[in-house]
Design a protein around this ligand. Structure first.
Ligand code: HGY
Ligand code: MN
Ligand code: MN
Length: 418
């Protein structure tokens, strides 16, 4: 799959190809979780495409795939371009992979022009950004950025009870060597991530591309409300210690707090489990996740504090107990002003109006900012729909994104040669 697609359109077609088994764990939908056979199959296919684009390819110690197109001198610092290859359950085909495929497309254009730059280009497929298998997310870009503490994640288990350490071993990796994936700042000139917007702004304004100013702060927490399991038929309502209704009150409290918030404060309960989970058993406990985000960590943290207090008050009033456990915290991440201006000028080269916007979605770029300056290009997606099989992007917008990335590379080259 090379010559019969225009640059950018080929990237989209490759995402489509990876949208089904063996690159998905489930027939009829896209679910590709970290360190699964579907993940491995996708890396095999990406290795072929990266190699044919003129890159040397390696798997790093953390489960990332790294393609490298050398600069005019060996071991030059790299412009890193990439995004994640994992997906949420029953997700869309472009959230993540499109940023990888566009990277391959723009490298292939350099190779086709027999062009060598004052920097290398690396295309990275991060293995775990979504956290769709293990509770922590962004573990792979954190490994590359050198900010991952393996001890904090290796014991985490997936829905089948497999630990992250065992999953690494099963994937052919050594869980004791993950930190070998860390890169030095001197190796990284900049990080560029192209990604669908996953929101409605660009489409609403009739724009194909936008440039990201900053990525929102987020926290992931697990809540457990504990009561007493009992018989659904014989236990009078007044004598119950039922965590179910308590959890409902807590979730409504989260919604109310976020609706009244500022700074694009949002709160989501994406996972809710009653235990033991039988029709005729009053749950002994209910667990639910909370994903709380805002443009600033201060607003995020104030919301976490307020909802935690409400959860404990609701549990106490009902004679229950509650625990709120922080699973992950990611600070807001401003994109580099210089690179962002360069990216905006590159979009302008296409005759498109500049449009800067914040990202409510998390991205590997927010983690890579610990390693090097970052920039993000947003691509319009239909209805702003994402984390949903209806996720869609047009060939024309992917072609514009590739062209903007090529102009960005030209500008970076001029800066480096100045
Ligand atoms: O959750 C996010 O924002 C991203 O899709 N991982
Ligand atoms: Mn996502
Ligand atoms: Mn994504």
């Amino acid at each position: 799959m090379t010559g019969d697609f225009e640059i950018g359109a080929r990237a989209r077609a490759r995402c489509d190809l990876l949208g089904a088994p063996p690159y998905s764990e489930v027939e009829g939908q896209l679910t590709r979780r970290f360190l699964t056979p579907a993940h491995n199959a996708a890396l095999e296919r990406l290795t072929l495409w990266m190699t044919s684009a003129g890159m040397t390819v390696r798997r790093d110690a953390a489960g990332n795939l790294v393609g490298r197109y050398e600069g005019e001198t060996p071991n030059a610092p790299a412009l890193m371009i990439g995004s994640h290859i994992d997906s949420v359950r029953n997700g869309g085909r472009y959230d993540g992979p499109l940023g990888i495929m566009l990277g391959i497309d723009v490298v292939e254009a350099q190779r086709d022009a027999s062009r060598r730059l004052p920097f290398a280009i690396e295309v990275i497929a991060f293995g775990d950004e979504e956290g769709s298998r293990f509770p922590a997310s962004m573990s792979c870009s954190r490994a590359i950025a050198g900010t991952l503490d393996p001890a904090a994640v290796l014991g985490m288990t997936d829905a089948e009870g497999v630990t992250l350490a065992d999953a690494f071993t099963a994937f052919g990796l050594d869980p004791d060597r993950i930190t070998d994936a860390a890169r030095k700042p001197v190796e990284a000139l900049a990080f560029l991530e192209a990604h669908i917007e996953q929101g409605p702004v660009l489409e609403a304004e009739g724009l194909a591309l936008g440039v990201v100013t900053a990525i929102a702060a987020q926290k992931r927490l697990m809540v457990r409300i504990t009561g007493m399991a009992g018989h659904a038929g014989t236990t009078p309502m007044a004598l119950r210690k039922d965590p179910g209704p308590a959890a409902a009150e807590c979730i409504l409290a989260l919604e109310r707090l976020c609706q009244a918030g500022t700074d694009n404060l949002v709160g989501t309960v994406g996972r809710l489990t009653a235990l033991p989970g039988a029709f005729n058993v009053i749950p002994g406990a209910v667990e639910f996740s909370m994903d709380i985000r805002a443009e600033t960590s201060a607003t995020r943290d104030a919301a976490v504090e307020a909802v935690t207090a409400e959860i404990h008050a609701i549990a106490a009033r009902r004679g229950l107990s509650a625990s709120v456990t922080l699973m992950q915290a990611l600070s807001e991440s401003p994109c580099d002003p210089g690179l962002t201006a360069m990216l905006e000028a590159a979009v302008g080269h296409l005759g498109l109006p500049p449009r800067r916007l914040p990202s409510g979605a998390g991205h590997d770029a927010m983690v890579m900012a610990a390693l090097c300056p970052t920039a993000m290009l947003f691509i319009r997606c239909e209805g702003g729909i994402s984390h949903n099989p209806a996720e869609s992007v047009t060939e024309a917008d992917c072609a514009l994104a590739a062209q903007a990335m090529l102009h960005f590379i030209d500008k970076l080259e001029r800066r480096e040669r100045a």
